[in-house]
Write a protein that binds this ligand. Sequence first.
Ligand SMILES: CC(=O)SCCNC(=O)CCNC(=O)[C@H](O)C(C)(C)COP(=O)(O)OP(=O)(O)OC[C@H]1O[C@@H](n2cnc3c(N)ncnc32)[C@H](O)[C@@H]1OP(=O)(O)O
Ligand SMILES: CC(C)C(=O)C(=O)O
Length: 386
Amino acid sequence: MGCLFFVNSKKVRIFDTTLRDGEQAPGIDLTMEQKVRIAKQLADLGVDVIEAGFPAASEGEFEATKKILDEVGDKVEVIGLSRAVKQDIDRTIDTGIASIHVFIATSDIHLKYKLKMTKEQVLERIYESVRYAKDHGLIVEYSPEDATRTDEEFLLKAVKTAIEAGADRVNIPDTVGVMHPFKFYDLISKVVKVADGKIISVHCHNDFGLATANSIAGVMAGARQVHVTVNGIGERAGNASLEEVVMALKKLLGYEVGVKTYKLYETSRLVSELTGVPVPYFKAIVGENAFGHESGIHVHGVIENPLTYEPISPEEVGNFRRIALGKHSGIHGLKKLLSDQGIELTDDELREVLKEIKALAETGHKVTVDDAKAIAIKVSSKKINA
Ligand SMILES: CC(=O)SCCNC(=O)CCNC(=O)[C@H](O)C(C)(C)COP(=O)(O)OP(=O)(O)OC[C@H]1O[C@@H](n2cnc3c(N)ncnc32)[C@H](O)[C@@H]1OP(=O)(O)O
Ligand SMILES: CC(C)C(=O)C(=O)O
């Protein structure tokens, strides 16, 4: 089934940073083997770019980047993050990688308290670093860290400087997640205007729960690449979630993305298992309850036509429909569940079974299909013995 609404469909690149920004989250330290397993899954999923890590950070990061490059570099663009310092760029080049993601902050607060650099010095550093990487034959993506808290005029200067230096793409990070969709749309529109046709990317954090919405707004404003992580893992409240961004772009806005969406659920589970970070029950697209139904009116609708209460099919993302029994159940759902177990009851018997199920659920008991079967057999045999 195609897009739910028609909009101009254009290709949007999916830049996965699960193995870099995702792994930066406190408590997530993946082994090389684990990183390679996830990288293979991401390549199989069909993302356009895998940010493998930060090669200058440690020996392990360096080796893991190299290993990922060996394993999937022929299928997908593998990129490494680097500060705008020669030693980091050299270390990244030493991995044999073809793409580098160079970043340096542009906001007043980062210049004053972290970098202790002037705006002029930062502009110089942007030019030097991007130029140096380009002179070594790399594809270069530049990020003005903390872009969304940067003085707009200076941000546009930084973007233009990177492009003058030869940057192939410019990524606009909402580093501490302070954007809302309308404001981000306006900002990205201005950046696209000065980008001289280069791809503009967006990298959104979820501090106010707006990372996915802001990412979509960025694409609507002209960005054609989105940084995402599986399950939305990442610094603090995380990043824009790959599964949410991909499905929203495809199904709500009609953009083309190369991701095999039916592999989203399995990818989510793999990352959850290896990082040890559980997927929230109510998580959009890949949560256990994303296609779960109990209330009678919903179950009845879903039985007749799943589109009554499911905007997309679970199969489209590799997830599963779950019909549960409880205090909110209705007769249509109960009839279907029992019929699937080979038990056919009259409406009166079904009503009696349903009444007992609701009473059982009211005690706090999680009602199972086996409970329903036992009650149904009791009710039907009572009638037979009557
Ligand atoms: C928004 C983000 O996610 S940014 C990416 C964050 N990721 C990481 O930090 C990856 C893991 N980091 C590391 O392993 C280490 O921080 C390293 C190897 C990068 C640097 O380690 P250290 O030398 O111990 O420095 P430390 O991390 O304490 O401080 C960062 C230094 O880099 C400088 N710096 C930070 N960002 C940048 C940048 N983009 N370009 C240039 N210099 C930078 C800081 O000003 C500070 O410089 P100083 O040492 O001269 O004061
Ligand atoms: C390095 C950049 C892109 C980043 O992770 C951020 O600013 O959030």
